[in-house]
Write a protein that binds this ligand. Structure first.
Ligand SMILES: Cc1ncc(COP(=O)(O)O)c(C=O)c1O
Length: 423
């Protein structure tokens, strides 16, 4: 994993031993490598540079739902990234991190009035419209504000992609996007609207897409619909081709970025539009780990449970998607191996990170990492079982800093109110 390597028998994040991080900040804690994030950005933008002409490079808009810590956003903003947002909160985070509003695209099936208003006020690049009622809503708010909203329509290409059915988004039955017929209706409606300018299409078929040909299948739907829309007199100036690039969690075959870039060059580029991409997981997934301490080794009749201090409230992916995450010991890595069920302290059988995983033999106080936790990790964490949210730590070479403090109990419970009628 780029950014996480063994030195002198101890797993390090960049140049810093994870044992030192645990000592300084406690566990559980998310630890990210700035170098690994930069390397991912460079790999993707480099593949595009190699395949597409210099003056036709895509705008990479990092999908910050994957990891929206403002320091992580700043690392990507400094690399030249744009941003894909799905809420008013993500807009505020993006602006705070220094993103140019002209490089922000807003997606999501349920855009709310104040979110639309804030995006218009900031002057974002575009709204990716997911339904015709949403289009009318944007027109109404833009008219009230005296602004013109730039929109593209999210096409549902009816393509199966995504590493799990809960993260497939491009099939007819999914709530996302608009059918081809309705997209044409949308352009017709927009033509008659005073405060909306329809400029193109977007699509995003899912996340952790293993069947990489799914991208090609989706791209191949574009020339036909773009041609039809142009024949009908609509200007198609922008194509947003979404995110969904996979990362390695286990032994998956990594997406061949150069093949992907070639498809963009061969299928999308000839359409002569601005090209936008929305990678999330790819940028940050392998750049983070969840660092945890062993609380107990619990032996039962037929198994050994490694009870660690991280739990499903910190990292929900295994519980939610049956997702696989690699687990490694931080030190003592060349000792005798034992097979464990790795579980957290939460009162749910689903609070299980892995069943039957063979790891170096461990004891109370030893440290372990759950790998590939940089995407859809902290940002999906909750306070279930009244557990405070863990801290986030950024490592950059030999430097490290807390980029979000461990939540205090005061913060955790501060919003609870006992009403007068039960006092
Ligand atoms: C519209 C949109 N764009 C981009 C992404 C990012 O996907 P990924 O993290 O798989 O690249 C998502 C993820 O849900 C999404 O819904």
């Amino acid at each position: 994993m780029i950014g996480f390597n063994e030195k002198d028998g101890i797993l390090h994040a960049d140049g810093v031993p994870l044992s030192a991080i645990a000592k300084d900040y406690g566990t559980p804690a998310y630890v990210y490598s700035a170098g690994a994030i930069r390397a991912q950005y460079t790999a993707l933008s480099g593949a595009m540079k190699a395949a597409l002409p210099e003056n036709r490079q895509p705008m990479l808009c990092y999908a910050c739902k994957a990891n929206s810590n403002i320091a992580v956003l700043r690392v990507l903003q400094q690399m030249g990234s744009g941003l894909e947002i799905v809420s008013e909160g993500e807009l505020h985070r993006g602006l705070k991190a220094g993103f140019d509003p002209e490089k922000i695209v807003s997606t999501g099936v349920g855009k709310q009035a104040r979110e639309i208003r804030e995006c218009l006020k900031a002057g974002i690049h575009q709204f990716n419209v997911e339904s015709l009622p949403e289009l009318e809503h944007i027109q109404q708010i833009a008219a009230q504000m005296g602004k013109v909203a730039k929109v593209v329509f999210r096409l549902n290409p009816n393509v199966t992609g995504g590493g799990h059915h809960k993260i497939s988004t491009g099939r007819d039955r999914d709530k996302f996007g608009i059918s081809r017929e309705r997209v044409i209706e949308g352009f017709e409606m927009a033509r008659d609207m005073s405060h909306v300018e329809a400029l193109g299409l977007s699509m995003h078929i899912g996340s952790q897409i293993f069947t990489v040909e799914s991208f090609k299948e989706a791209f191949e739907k574009l020339p036909d619909i773009v041609g039809e829309l142009r024949e009908l007199g609509f200007a198609i100036e922008r194509l947003d081709i979404g995110g969904g690039f996979p990362i390695i969690y286990d032994d998956e075959k990594l997406l061949d970025l150069s093949a992907y870039a070639r498809w963009v060059n061969d299928i999308v580029e000839p359409l002569g539009t601005e090209i936008i991409m929305e990678p999330g997981r790819y940028m940050v997934g392998n750049a983070g780990v969840l660092l945890s301490e062993v609380l107990y080794v619990k032996e039962t009749k037929d198994r050994s449970f490694l009870v660690i201090d991280a739990a499903m409230n910190d990292l929900i992916r295994p519980t939610l998607y049956d997702a696989y995450h690699g687990i490694e010991a931080v030190s003592g890595r060349d000792t005798v191996m034992t097979t464990y069920d790795v579980v957290g302290p939460i009162c749910e059988t689903g609070d299980t990170f892995s069943v039957g995983r063979t790891l170096p033999t461990m004891k109370t106080g030893d440290l372990a990492v759950i790998k590939s936790a940089g995407a859809y990790g902290f940002c999906m964490a909750s306070n279930y079982n009244t557990r405070p949210l863990p801290p986030e730590i950024l490592v950059d070479g030999d430097k490290h800093a807390v980029i979000r403090e461990r939540q205090s109990y005061e913060d955790l419970m501060g919003g609870d109110i006992i009403p007068d009628f039960i006092k």
